[in-house]
Design a protein around this ligand. Structure first.
Ligand SMILES: C[S@@+](CC[C@H](N)C(=O)[O-])C[C@H]1O[C@@H](n2cnc3c(N)ncnc32)[C@H](O)[C@@H]1O
Length: 247
């Protein structure tokens, strides 16, 4: 769980919700590379303004009960709620949960992905991880462990809708050097060690996993799931995978 004084991402969206504008979070990587996010606006977007591929991904939602993992400011929860789904949003950021509740999400809970095993078995039909949230799986082994938990959590026709970014689709030299550094450290090339900064708030370091489609296949294999569809975001390294039970 993120301590409030370290909740950089949450405090950023909370500030945005409270009318502050003109800033975005800084993401710092453990090789000193820093990047600025696209800004908090995207986390608050109404469905009409979403990326077309995010909209298409919502057509893949199955059943009635949905778990939104890493729900952020609640844009996905709100859309599903309006469509009549029973949706639970979980996040490890106290300020993100506060933001979701203020935005009108009915069921938003402070729960890190690491603890999803505490949720009752067979309680969801769809697990959704948009906003690049496949990254929350962190590393190869953790991803496989959590995918097995997700298998238990979902019904026979369960589906996971998860977005990732192919780390190799880049022209930035620093990224290729980072992949090499990771290989030397016996980490997956796209296993980023990052922390988020917002104003004077500095988040904890955590692992965030970017994978190619082939790497995702290898992670998913043998966990009870299989990838059945990939929705590519044109002119981007991002894609959304539709992952169903391999019964
Ligand atoms: C990029 S935002 C995506 C938000 C939302 N899914 C969307 O598409 O708008 C990532 C979210 O994951 C949350 N997060 C980060 N680490 C997490 C963890 N270990 N468990 C649960 N949520 C986490 C962050 O607090 C943040 O709200």
């Amino acid at each position: 769980m993120v301590l409030s004084r370290k909740d950089a991402y949450g405090q950023e969206i909370w500030a945005y919700l409270n009318g502050e504008r003109g800033f975005s979070e800084i993401v710092e990587r453990d090789d000193n590379f820093i990047d600025r996010s696209s800004g908090p606006e995207t986390y608050f977007q109404k469905f009409v303004d979403w990326h077309d591929v995010d909209k298409r991904a919502m057509l893949e939602v199955r059943g009635k009960r949905v778990l939104d993992v890493g729900c952020g400011a609640g844009r996905v929860c709100l859309n599903l709620q309006q469509e009549g789904y029973e949706v639970v949003g979980i996040d490890n950021s106290p300020f993100a949960i506060k933001t979701c509740l203020r935005m009108g999400v009915k069921d938003a809970r402070l729960l890190p992905i690491e603890d999803i095993g505490t949720l009752p078995p067979n309680s969801y039909d769809t697990i959704i991880m948009l906003g690049n949230n496949f990254g929350l799986f962190g590393d190869f082994e953790k991803a496989r462990r959590l995918l097995r938990r997700m298998y238990e959590l979902t019904s026979d026709y369960g589906v996971i809708i998860a977005e990732s970014t192919d780390p190799y689709k880049t022209k930035i030299k620093d990224h290729f050097e980072y992949h090499k550094l990771n290989k030397r450290r016996k980490r997956m090339p796209g296993q980023l060690r990052i922390r988020v900064r917002f104003r004077k708030v500095i988040g904890e370091w955590f692992d965030y996993l970017l994978v190619s489609r082939d790497e995702m296949e290898k992670i998913v294999k043998g966990t009870g799931w299989k990838i059945v569809k990939i929705l590519n975001k044109p002119k981007s390294a991002s894609y959304i995978a539709i992952i169903v039970k391999d019964n």
